[in-house]
Design a protein. Structure first.
Length: 404
């Protein structure tokens, strides 16, 4: 089987940005992650062994001088000590356990130092997704010439509606080639229409390697795991506050888009003081009804005397081209909105169903000296995106006074 991940930076930028913040603020924290297939898919026999082989192959993937130079040039906010850390980073297969149960369901567990294991999620998800299509033979349906044309057409539609967007698609892409083809089409469409009446543009990709290859800006800040782990270690009531404080400590105003919905709006709103509201560039909407969430954001900023038009609002909640265009038409005049779109771009072949897979942080502890882990969870604004043991979710809701 070919090696699927061959470039160290073939991953989302937020993995690197979180890794840096973790080392800076929680250098001894340890965590556990768990693979979740929301569709409860039955995988082909022997699939777990193939995944384990691919994870073992990651041990040969190290960062290159070219990738370091690109991060130094484009990600100016990353301190030099962190680039030195990445030079010495090596994956270890021992961090990951993979197996299939008797029914063929896939199980993946990850455990280790948070600063190490944080870099595994995107690669493993990309491996599972691409490998599944290879093993089942569905990759034979991938017509990349037609896919380029389809992606170009979608990009033109977004441009014509004034949408500003980035590719957020490594985790559930059909293949590395599919993501590259889609990105190339987006960038070509944007270049072809420079100077037209079209006001939109593709601003880059979350995939750092592809951003380097096409010399565009890598896009991203953080994931829910950052707040979830903090909540497990320190409690959920002030988790967003601690997350914002530590993020500000590390990046000092850069990467200032905060992902607020880990424990729903109510919990975040209590932690969003005026200094945070003014200090962070904006917020990312990743669950719930986009319009209801925008109204909540608008009202909260208004309570501090801050016009929402001065802030960035990034939408990334299972978007497609049509829903992004509709959001732009209805809200584009009110704020600096933009879009992070993933699976719709990188796994949209006719007759191929994208996988619905995630890897979530499920437990954390402050140091290796602690004899036990504390369970973590994520609630979000969508019931389908809730992860964690039911009793843990119930306890968090009680602590945070969240009612259904």
């Amino acid at each position: 089987m070919k090696q699927i991940i061959t470039h160290f930076t073939d991953t989302d930028l937020y993995k690197f940005s979180m890794c840096c913040a973790i080392i800076d603020n929680f250098p001894r924290a340890r965590v556990k992650y768990e693979f979740i297939d929301r569709n409860n898919l039955v995988y082909p026999a022997g699939f777990a062994e193939l995944v384990a082989e691919q994870i073992a192959m990651l041990e040969s993937v190290t960062i290159t001088d070219e990738e370091i130079d690109f991060l130094r040039r484009k990600c100016y906010y990353m301190p030099e000590w962190f680039l030195t850390y990445l030079r010495g980073f090596r994956y270890k297969r021992e961090w990951v356990t993979v197996w299939q149960d008797d029914d063929g369901h896939l199980h993946i567990e990850i455990e280790g130092l948070w600063a190490d294991t944080v870099l595994l999620e995107v690669q493993i998800l990309a491996i599972v997704s691409e490998l599944y299509y290879i093993v089942t033979g569905q990759d034979k349906k991938f017509d990349y010439d037609a896919y380029y044309t389809k992606s170009y057409t979608k990009a033109v539609k977004m441009l014509s509606h004034g949408c500003v967007w980035a590719d957020f698609g490594p985790r559930r892409r059909a293949s590395f080639e599919a993501e590259e083809v889609a990105l190339r089409a987006m960038l070509k469409a944007s270049a072809d229409h420079v100077g037209d009446d079209l006001a939109g543009r593709c601003i880059g990709t979350s995939d750092v390697y592809l951003a380097m290859k096409y010399d565009v800006t890598p896009i991203g800040t953080m994931a829910h795991e950052y707040i979830s782990a903090i909540a497990a270690m320190y409690g959920p009531q002030m988790a967003n506050h601690i997350a914002m404080s530590t993020w500000r400590h590390t990046y000092r105003g850069s990467l200032g888009t905060f992902l607020y919905d880990t424990f729903r709006w109510e919990a975040f709103e209590r932690n969003l003081s005026e200094d945070f509201a003014r200090g962070f560039a904006g917020l990312r909407v990743d669950s719930g009804d986009n319009y209801e969430q925008f109204d909540k954001i608008k009202r909260k900023y208004a309570s501090f005397g801050i016009p929402v038009a001065e802030k960035q609002v990034i939408f990334s909640n299972a978007l497609n081209v049509d829903s992004a265009c509709e959001l732009q038409e209805r809200l584009g005049h009110e704020a600096k909105i933009s879009f992070g779109i993933g699976t719709c771009w990188t796994n949209d072949f006719d007759g191929v169903k994208p996988l619905n897979i995630v890897i979530k942080l499920i437990a954390a502890k402050m140091t290796e000296k602690w004899p036990f882990y504390n369970d973590a969870c994520k609630m979000s604004e969508d019931k389908g995106k809730v992860t964690g043991k039911p009793d843990v979710v119930k306890r968090y809701k009680e602590i945070l006074h969240i009612e259904e």
